[in-house]
Design a binder for this molecule. Structure first.
Ligand SMILES: [Zn+2]
Length: 234
């Protein structure tokens, strides 16, 4: 077994444990109340919660939302395609960090730890490559996992890039053959810089900017799914 295969199996087994702990957890509450993500969407994307049953090696992520980067494809052989997990990212949803007495707060306080953590050795993968593997005429590209959940929940095929500077040269060829690639841009200078950078590489890209100070998740929470669907011509 190659090292990256045993790693993918380790990630997959942990993701299953986290997924089984999602319902009724702080991560479930965060997704539903603060992000507008249904349990159905969350489960379909393998999201989970790192609770007390966390396997060895994941203790430091207790209290976090687990975000697996799932891959659908052959792991051991061409004959038995199966799901694997390339990496897992962890998003802190500990109530002491993300809530106050009036509920989820706009300005979170994570003290000395990070809001988002990747496991050692994990590099920036594309999020939700499942939508790249299926046939679609159009696909959306957005920044970060929450915008990817929201876009997916609106019924739009989508992949997520990790941060405004997360595009890598070898990603570009994955978008050949699409009629339109919608680049959903955050309504700030970094978001526009990201979008124009993608559009320079992909000839069929169309930039869809959100309103000033807004991202896809906030826009859909505020204006509803119709807002986003209209922007991509539906
Ligand atoms: Zn925290």
């Amino acid at each position: 077994m190659k090292p990256n295969e045993s790693r993918a199996i380790f990630h997959l087994q942990a993701s299953k444990v986290f997924s089984a702990s999602l319902e009724g957890s702080p991560a479930h509450e965060y997704l539903e109340e603060h992000r507008g993500i249904t349990l159905e969407t969350a489960k379909s994307m393998g999201l989970g919660f790192v609770g007390d049953s966390a396997p060895n090696g994941f203790e430091m992520y207790k209290g976090c939302l687990a975000i697996p980067y799932m891959r659908y494809g052959p792991l051991h052989s061409r004959e038995t395609p199966q799901v694997s997990v390339a990496q897992i990212r962890f998003r802190c949803v500990r109530p002491g960090c993300v809530k106050d007495e009036s509920g989820f707060r706009e300005k979170e306080d994570h003290g000395t730890h990070g809001k988002l953590e990747s496991m050692a050795g994990d590099t920036g993968h594309i999020y939700n490559t499942n939508d790249l593997a299926k046939y679609h005429d159009e696909i959306a590209v957005c920044e970060g996992e929450p915008d990817t959940w929201t876009t997916k929940q609106c019924g739009i095929p989508v992949i997520g890039i990790q941060g405004a500077g997360g595009w890598k040269d070898h990603f570009t060829e994955l978008f050949e053959g699409y009629e339109v690639v919608w680049v959903l841009a955050d309504g700030d200078p970094a978001g526009m810089k990201f979008a124009t950078g993608v559009a320079e590489r992909i000839s069929v890209a169309r930039i869809i900017p959100m309103d000033s100070g807004m991202d896809v998740n906030k826009s859909v929470l505020k204006y509803g799914e119709e807002y986003l669907l209209k922007k991509v011509g539906r």
